[in-house]
Design a protein around this ligand. Structure first.
Ligand SMILES: NC(=O)c1ccc[n+]([C@@H]2O[C@H](COP(=O)([O-])OP(=O)(O)OC[C@H]3O[C@@H](n4cnc5c(N)ncnc54)[C@H](OP(=O)(O)O)[C@@H]3O)[C@@H](O)[C@H]2O)c1
Length: 269
C-alpha cells in the first residue's frame, strides 16, 4: 500500500504520463525520469507522437539505461478497445510483467481549456461541449480505470491528478474548464474513499508558462481575467513549468499530503 509514510520516489515503477508532449507534462516526464530508479519504465501519451518520440529519445540519451515507451493517444476518442488494450499491449511489446514493478504511477496531466471565448450561457453546441468533457473527464476516468485494472496487483499505486485553482474558484470565461477540474477532483476523492490504499495527489501547479495559459490570456471573453493574466505575465508572476514541477516532486518526496485533497504550488511543504 502507498501510505503516507512510505517513500514514493525510490520504488521501481511503471509510470504512465498522459499529456507528456509539452508544457507541464514534458516537465513532469523529465523530472520523474530523473527522480525514480533507473529500472523504472515510462509510458508517454499524447496526440503528437513525434514530440513524444523526441522527448523519449533525449531522456534515454541523458539517462542511459532508462526504458521509455510512447504512444499516440487521444484521450477524447472513447473506444472501448483502446482503453482495454493500451497498457496490456505495452506490457507485451516491452516484455514486461506487472510483478516486475514495486509501484505503478499514473499522472493525469492531459487536459484542454475548452472554449474560453464564451460565457457559461453561450455553451449551446452539443458536439464541442461533448468532446470537451470526453477529453477532460470521461477519457481520464477510462484511462484511470484501465490503469488500475492492469496494475491492481502492484503493492503501491500512485495517481497524480493535475488539477487547478479553477476547480475551486469560478473564473468568468472558464465555466466548462472549472466544471471539469472540479469533477476530476471529486472523482478521486470518491475513489480513495472507496479504496484508501490508492495514494492520490491532486496538485494545482499555479499559473505556468504554457500554450494553455497563453491561449486563455489571448482568447478569454472576460476582460478582467484577460487583463489579470496579461499582468501576471508582465509582472513575472507566471511560473516556469520546471519551477512548479519541482514543488510537485517535493510533495511526492515528503508524502504527507492528505489523500486526494487539493494541494497547490503555493502551499507550504
Ligand atoms: N498552465 C497553467 O497555468 C495550468 C494551471 C493549472 C493547471 N494546469 C493543468 O496542467 C495540465 C497541463 O496543462 P498545460 O498548461 O501544460 O497545457 P498544454 O501546454 O496545452 O499541454 C497539454 C498536454 O495535454 C495533451 N493533450 C491535449 N489534448 C489531448 C488529447 N485530446 N488527448 C491526449 N493528450 C492531449 C497535449 O499533447 P498533444 O497536443 O500532443 O496531444 C499536451 O501534452 C492540464 O491538466 C491543465 O489543466 C495548467
Amino acid at each position: 500500500m502507498a501510505d503516507a509514510t512510505s517513500p514514493l520516489l525510490d520504488k521501481k515503477s511503471f509510470v504512465v504520463i498522459a499529456g507528456a508532449s509539452r508544457g507541464l507534462g514534458k516537465s513532469i516526464a523529465t523530472k520523474l525520469v530523473t527522480e525514480l530508479p533507473r529500472t523504472s519504465f515510462f509510458l508517454f501519451l499524447a496526440r503528437n507522437n513525434a514530440t513524444l518520440e523526441a522527448l523519449a529519445g533525449d531522456l534515454m540519451t541523458s539517462h542511459p539505461g532508462v526504458r521509455i515507451g510512447w504512444r499516440k493517444f487521444d484521450q477524447g476518442i472513447l473506444e472501448q478497445n483502446i482503453f482495454d488494450t493500451l497498457l496490456v499491449d505495452v506490457l507485451k511489446e516491452y516484455e514486461l510483467k506487472v510483478d516486475d514493478f514495486e509501484q505503478s504511477v499514473i499522472v493525469h496531466n492531459c487536459a484542454t481549456v475548452g472554449d474560453v471565448s464564451k460565457w457559461a450561457w453561450e455553451m449551446t453546441e452539443v458536439t464541442p461541449l461533448q468532446k470537451f468533457f470526453e477529453i477532460n473527464v470521461t477519457g481520464m476516468i477510462l484511462l484511470n480505470s484501465a490503469f488500475l485494472k492492469t496494475f491492481g496487483k502492484t503493492k503501491s499505486r500512485l495517481v497524480v491528478n493535475i488539477t487547478s485553482d479553477n476547480s475551486k474558484i469560478p473564473y468568468p470565461s472558464m465555466s466548462v474548464y472549472c466544471a471539469s477540474k472540479a469533477a476530476r477532483d471529486m472523482f478521486f476523492r470518491v475513489m480513495v474513499a472507496e479504496d484508501p490504499s490508492i495514494r492520490v495527489l491532486s496538485y494545482s501547479p499555479g499559473p505556468c508558462d504554457t500554450d494553455l495559459l497563453a491561449y486563455t490570456r489571448d482568447t478569454c471573453t472576460s476582460k478582467d481575467l484577460g487583463g489579470d493574466l496579461k499582468n501576471f505575465y508582465s509582472e513575472g508572476k507566471v511560473l516556469s513549468c520546471d519551477t512548479s514541477i519541482d514543488k510537485l516532486i517535493a510533495f511526492l518526496k515528503k508524502n504527507t499530503f492528505k489523500n486526494a485533497e487539493y494541494v497547490e504550488y503555493y502551499d507550504p511543504l
